[in-house]
Every structure is written in structure tokens, then in C-alpha cells.
Design a protein around this ligand. Structure first.
Ligand SMILES: [Zn+2]
Length: 295
């Protein structure tokens, strides 16, 4: 399939040259073959600063083809500046690609900091933007040593770190980037998704790809693969519970959903307000709730 076409803007389809895209695709195949392994690749300069999702963007641009339906989100929202900029860039450099805000309609989802609430399907790929790809970086500064530790599946120092948390706080306090063991071997940094999203990687029907542009790494959690947060048998993993002072589960102020990940806001009167972080999920539930009222 030759996807080289010169658009009126004179960009190659997908901005990257064909060799760059091929290299990324080869890295993706390797990442899928060795679940959780960080595959090095020659991360290209993109016309935006590293740290703005260039790793995710290179994955998306290497995978996308005409007819694709793309969704770009940042912290669950399609309308944040980062998501809008990335979407516009992809639209400009990939003629024939359509975009959507509906999770159900998307074939390719590029995201920063969230996995959509709606369970993804086998026809969808999620690309996550990664600032720090290596879960071991908190315990070992040398990449050479970290590689050996990963190869030997030696995560004892990471477990000690988690144990220190339990000693000090009675629980593991990591809120984002929770170290997760893939397919019984490699431990990954699942990108700054909340703990809430980590179980969605376990035996997901969709392929999850992780791209770190600055650190030049690609890794994957293939479909139907074990993804287990690192825990101790007597201190189980737990997700955010969003309970109020009386122990009741808070609901979204806007749509009323009581089983989604909530963002906390302070409204005009200084009151704390909670709303779904996933804007498409919230819209869908709001539409359903309104239908219920009119029916
Ligand atoms: Zn909501």
C-alpha cells in the first residue's frame, strides 16, 4: 500500500517520511511481540516541543491511513488546547482522515492521561502519550542497569519502594503512572493515567501502544494480555473511590453518572463540584438522562 501523496500543503501524508513511518511500524511490531518491552526507535523532530505528545503523535501518524476515524483527547477532554492542536495537525497532514469526539466511532484514539470509560473494542487502537517510559527510573538512574533489571524481571527495588509507602502511609500512594506488570514479565510505566484506568489494560480487546518521543521508546500492551498492577498479596490494588465524607459515592454534577472517573472543580461560590473526566462519556450519559426525562 503506497500512502505517499502530496497534498496541497506539500506535506507527505502523515508528515513523516515513509522511512520514518516504516521504522515506527517495525518498532510497533516488536513491541507487540514482546509485550511491555521498551523498543528504542529514532524519534523524529516534530514541529512541536517534545513533551507535547510527539511520541504518541509519531505512532498515530505511522498507523493512520485514509478512511481512519481519529479521536484525540487530553485528560479525557476533546477540547483541551493540546488535543485540539494535535487533531488539527493530523487533519492538516493526513487528508482523507476524519475525526470524531465519539469514542464508539473512533478507530484510532490518541490520548494523554486517560483511557476512555467506554470499553474499547478489537477494532480500535489506543495510543498513549508517555513522558517517562521506564518504571524503574525512580529506583535506578542508569539505563544500562535498568535494562539488565528488566531483562531479569528484577523488580525487587521497585517493590521495596512500594513497601516504604505502605510503612509510611498504610497504603501505596502512587496516583498516576502505577507500575504494571505485562504478560508476567516486564513492568511498564503505563503513562500518567490514573489508577482508575490501569485495570482497563488487563485483557483489553484493543491494542494499547505507548510512545515516548523525548525518551525514544515505544511499548505495547497487546489485546487479551495480562496487565497486573504491582502489589503485595495482603495490600490489594485499589482504584480511586470518590467517596464523600459520609462514605457515599459522588456522582457527576452534569450527567449524574456514579461510576466514572471524576474531576474536581471549584465553582463560583467556592464549592467543590465533580464532573466526569471523560467528556464523551459525560455527553452520552447526559443525552440518555434527558431522553429519560422526555420519555
Ligand atoms: Zn458526567
Amino acid at each position: 500500500m503506497n500512502m505517499t501523496s502530496h497534498t496541497p500543503t506539500a506535506y507527505n501524508f502523515g508528515f513523516l517520511d515513509e522511512y520514518a513511518k516504516k521504522e515506527v511500524r517495525r518498532a510497533i511490531l516488536k513491541a507487540v511481540s514482546i509485550p511491555g518491552y521498551q523498543v528504542p526507535y529514532a524519534s523524529r523532530e516534530m514541529p512541536m516541543g517534545r513533551g507535547f505528545g510527539t511520541g504518541g503523535l509519531q505512532l498515530t501518524l505511522s498507523l493512520i491511513g485514509p478512511g481512519e476515524v481519529l479521536k484525540v483527547i487530553d485528560q479525557g477532554s476533546d477540547d483541551s488546547v493540546n488535543a485540539v492542536n494535535l487533531r488539527q495537525f493530523i487533519e492538516m497532514t493526513c487528508p482523507g482522515v476524519s475525526t470524531t469526539t465519539r469514542t464508539a466511532e473512533a478507530t484510532l484514539i490518541q490520548s494523554r492521561h486517560r483511557i476512555p470509560e467506554r470499553p474499547l473494542t478489537g477494532d480500535q487502537i489506543i495510543v498513549l502519550q508517555v513522558p517517562y517510559p521506564d518504571a524503574l527510573v525512580v529506583v535506578e538512574p542508569s539505563e544500562d542497569k535498568r535494562k539488565i533489571m528488566h531483562g531479569e524481571a528484577d523488580y525487587s527495588r521497585l517493590l521495596v519502594k512500594l513497601y516504604e509507602d505502605i510503612v509510611q502511609f498504610d497504603e501505596i500512594t502512587i496516583s498516576h503512572r502505577y507500575p504494571t506488570r505485562i504478560n508476567g514479565h516486564y513492568v511498564i510505566d503505563p503513562s500518567p493515567i490514573p489508577r482508575w484506568d490501569v485495570p482497563k489494560l488487563h485483557h483489553s480487546r484493543s491494542l494499547a501502544l505507548f510512545g515516548a518521543g523525548r525518551e525514544k521508546k515505544i511499548y505495547a500492551v497487546p489485546p487479551h494480555t495480562d496487565a497486573e498492577p504491582l502489589v503485595f498479596t495482603d495490600v490489594p490494588f485499589r482504584v480511586e473511590d470518590f467517596r464523600d465524607g459520609e462514605g457515599r459515592r459522588r456522582a457527576c454534577e452534569r450527567c449524574g453518572c456514579a461510576d466514572s472517573f471524576l474531576d474536581e472543580f471549584v465553582d463560583g461560590s467556592g464549592e467543590k463540584v465533580y464532573q466526569c473526566s471523560d467528556s464523551d462519556w459525560c455527553d452520552e450519559h447526559l443525552a440518555e438522562a434527558n431522553q429519560g426525562v422526555t420519555a
